[in-house]
Design a protein around this ligand. Sequence first.
Ligand code: IMP
Ligand code: MG
Length: 167
Amino acid sequence: MDILINEVRLQKRINELAKMIEKDYQGKEIVLIGILKGSVPFLWELSKRLKNDVIMEFMEVSSYEGTESTGVVTIKKDLSGNIEGKDVIIVEDIIDTGRTLTYLKQNLLERKPNSLKIATLLSKPSRRVLELDVDYIGFQIEDKFVVGFGLDYNQKLRNLPYIGYIE
Ligand code: IMP
Ligand code: MG
């Protein structure tokens, strides 16, 4: 296992993202929708740095088996609250082909939030199949399969405190 992004760099960058979000949402309540399971560490590190009122919601979708995207997105767990009229940020671990977030954005917009943005810890732009506007990106990375800090390989390695990669 090689380290791609260590703990210090992760914390520093998440701090910067939190500052940007605070500036964009001055005094507003924010609904953070964490996409289970990979977004959990990022959602926590980001949310604890925000001075805004934060509501945490979670969704679970699946579009991925092993290391290959199947391209089909299904909702396995839906929100528990209503987001109509709310300022919502989807919090994701990584955007790869863009299929998951394109589907989710469309699905959530139908619920009429006041605003909807996307925050992702990682992005692999070279892998994009669907064009997608992403508002907050932690790190752009090359086309490597990464694990840790929420990201898994067959459900394991999510608990690593850094982002590593498997050759
Ligand atoms: P997309 O729909 O292709 O953008 O895929 C997004 C999802 O694929 C993420 O939420 C991850 O669960 C998974 N994924 C994509 N790349 C990686 C990776 O390098 N490591 C672990 N999971 C990944
Ligand atoms: Mg995911």
